[in-house]
Design a protein around this ligand. Structure first.
Ligand code: HXC
Length: 265
């Protein structure tokens, strides 16, 4: 029996790839540039788990729209949280489940991939970007820090100095710079990036699924150990920031469309 789940904030599709299929999950909250609220992330994780369980699906593509992969975690949803509420809800535990998907995931990124959006792309195994993609970890501008792996994954790819610059300034960077930094695999014109991501997924779908699974597992193993320590550390600090006035000010200022005034409290 094939289970069909209808989602509110994403769409999913299975496309033929020879004898098998590739699974496509498309983020779909266009009015807020695909801001990643809890409901969307819960749906995305459910969709990825369904693809992971489906033996006919051999590789997965996550994409957004040409304008936005995702402009970050949903600031409106987080604005009034406290350290205690963040820890009790522990919504990032849902994001963590993406780490356990066994099949390769390709991010097809166009437009904004900021904050949690950039982090979501870095949770994927391969990143194909359009020329218009804009990456960045702008959390510092709203009084917090990356909370879904950004400080750890960015640093592992870019090294300390670039990661420090990008995390501390929050400066967005182009697809071209991301390619030069080794953060993305390929950059293509906006009409072609999604097709290229699907083509790569189809290429992988033609390989031995068990070899692909073990290859992915082995590559990821090289990040083990201290990555988890780093992620736990980062999570604690991210949640701690919800005790600060600067987090409230930063997020409120964004929603009220004004410049934040930080006091360091
Ligand atoms: C909630 C968001 C949003 C977000 C955009 N919107 N990003 N809502 N959370 N992250 C909403 C806007 O409020 C606006 O809603 C609509 O989307 C369109 O956005 P505009 O700002 O009008 O568009 P534009 O002028 O083109 O600017 C695009 C932008 C800007 C540069 C991407 O929206 C922006 O700076 N967004 C925030 C980026 C950010 O700080 N991301 C990090 C979030 S923290 P209305 O209702 O006004 O039309 C994070 C932490 C992750 O990700 C940690 C793990 C959870």
């Amino acid at each position: 029996m094939v289970m069909t789940i209808t989602y509110k904030n994403i769409t999913t599709a299975r496309e033929e790839a020879g004898q098998a299929f590739i699974g496509i999950a498309t983020l779909n909250r266009p009015s807020v540039l695909n801001a990643l609220n809890h409901e969307l992330m819960t749906e995305l994780v459910a969709a990825l788990q369904e693809f992971d369980q489906d033996e006919t699906v051999r590789a997965i593509v996550i994409t957004g729209s040409d304008r936005a992969f995702a402009a970050g975690a949903d600031i409106k949803e987080m604005c009034d949280e406290t350290t205690v509420s963040m820890m009790l809800k522990d919504r990032l535990a849902t994001w963590d489940k993406i780490k356990n998907i066994k099949k390769p995931i390709i991010a097809a990124v166009s437009g904004f991939a900021l904050g949690g959006g950039c982090e979501l792309s870095m949770m994927c195994d391969i990143i194909i970007a359009s020329e218009t993609a804009q990456f960045g970890q702008p959390e510092i501008n709203i009084g917090v820090i990356p909370g879904a792996g950004g400080t750890q994954r960015l640093t592992r790819v870019l090294g300390k100095y670039k990661a420090m610059e990008l995390t501390l300034t929050g400066r967005p960077f182009s697809a071209k710079e991301a390619l030069e930094l080794g953060l993305v695999n390929k950059v293509l014109p906006v009409e072609l990036y999604l097709e290229e991501a699907k083509a790569m997924a189809r290429e992988i779908a033609a390989k031995s699924p068990i070899a692909v699974r073990l290859a992915k597992e082995a590559v990821l193993k090289s990040f083990d150990g201290t990555l988890d320590e780093g992620l736990t550390f980062e999570r604690k600090n991210f949640y701690m920031l919800f005790s600060s006035e600067d987090q409230k000010e930063g997020m409120k200022a964004f929603l009220e469309k004004r410049k934040a005034v930080f006091t360091g409290r």
